[in-house]
Design a binder for this molecule. Structure first.
Ligand code: ZN
Length: 324
């Protein structure tokens, strides 16, 4: 056997060796578990001492017009599933826009780029009515399954597509399914975004900190509690059949609002046209808005307006620094 053949055999043998097992979480050194937690976390609170026009609390409504993008993201291309998303665009959106117009309320629409390409008039219609359009992925992709290069490419394409079709450059992002990867924050910052609305470390706005450094980026925290998607959708082939009573759900949202109002904080809602847009659910959304309207001193704003306000307020208000 020549030295060369010997080396080849050695290499072949080493190729067959099992890779070193990854460390289990209980084996991590302190810098490892601490590093995971500190990569992206909540910094100082940006809850202002006062809201615009002396308002007592802020209300920020958002709708994610996901339409057909969720089944498409999963490779589900058959007409049956797609029609459930189509309902959101055909029926849900007109009902929601009419409700907002009737009550003169602004809202933010976090729209996947593919949905905007399918219906450019819908995207343009939001901004023409004074609403905000925000980033919500290309095709509602799961960021945690993407490598950073593809995630960045899709997010940039989404921003450019929404700008072209809606006439408004997005300043905020809600990651699809709130799927926030290790790369998401860096890409959002590279895009120069003002705010994110995907992380859940508070009820009220806060500044995002990355590896111990304040980023200047605002987080407007959502929560599944204030999201219609955990209560209503159902999958007939699995045990996942929540189908909660709309009148029960509106009780949770009313309590969320009442507590936000009592604390002088932010009441933020996430809804989906293909979910909330059904008759029995629009009834309770109207009831919720009626309940809120019965309170003095509510500032209704888009997510971008809330983010811009709390950020500028924190820069001029020494109180906010002190409470961080
Ligand atoms: Zn979505």
């Amino acid at each position: 056997m020549t030295a060369f053949e010997d080396e080849e055999l050695t290499m072949a043998a080493s190729d067959k060796r099992d890779p070193l097992p990854e460390k289990l979480p209980w084996q991590w050194e302190e810098h490892e578990w601490r590093g995971h937690v500190e990569r992206v976390r909540a910094g100082r609170s940006l809850k202002p001492d006062v809201w615009p026009q002396g308002a007592k609390a802020a209300v920020a409504l958002s709708f994610d017009p996901d339409h057909e993008s969720i089944p498409l993201r999963d490779g589900e291309t058959r007409p049956g599933k797609l029609s459930q998303g189509e309902f959101g665009a055909r029926v849900g959106i007109p009902r929601i826009l009419a409700l907002l117009e009737r009550r003169s309320l602004p809202a933010t629409f976090f729209m996947p780029a593919v949905c905007a390409l399918l219906r450019p008039d819908e995207a343009r219609g939001y901004t023409e009515r004074g609403h905000e359009v925000g980033i919500h992925g290309w095709i509602h992709e799961r960021n945690m399954e993407l490598d950073p290069k593809n995630e960045r490419d899709l997010m940039f394409r989404c921003a450019d597509t929404l700008e072209r079709l809606s006439g408004q450059r997005p300043v905020g992002i809600r990651t699809p399914s709130w799927d926030f990867s290790d790369a998401t924050l860096a890409i959002s910052r590279e895009l120069g975004l003002l705010y994110d609305s995907s992380l859940m470390a508070d009820d009220d706005p806060y500044e995002i900190v990355a590896d111990g450094e304040p980023t200047g980026m605002v987080e407007l925290p959502p929560e599944w509690i204030r999201d219609d998607a955990i209560y209503f959708p159902m999958d007939r082939y699995t045990a996942l059949r929540p189908y909660a009573m709309p009148r029960h759900v509106v009780g949770i949202w009313r309590d969320e609002f009442d507590a936000a109002y009592a604390e002088g904080g932010l009441f933020q809602m996430t809804m989906h046209p293909h979910v909330i847009g059904h008759r029995s659910r629009m009834v309770v959304l109207e009831e919720l808005l009626e309940h809120i309207a019965g309170h003095e001193g509510i500032w209704y704003a888009t997510h971008a307006e809330v983010a811009a306000y709390v950020k500028s307020r924190s820069e001029t208000d020494p109180q906010s620094e002190a409470s961080s």
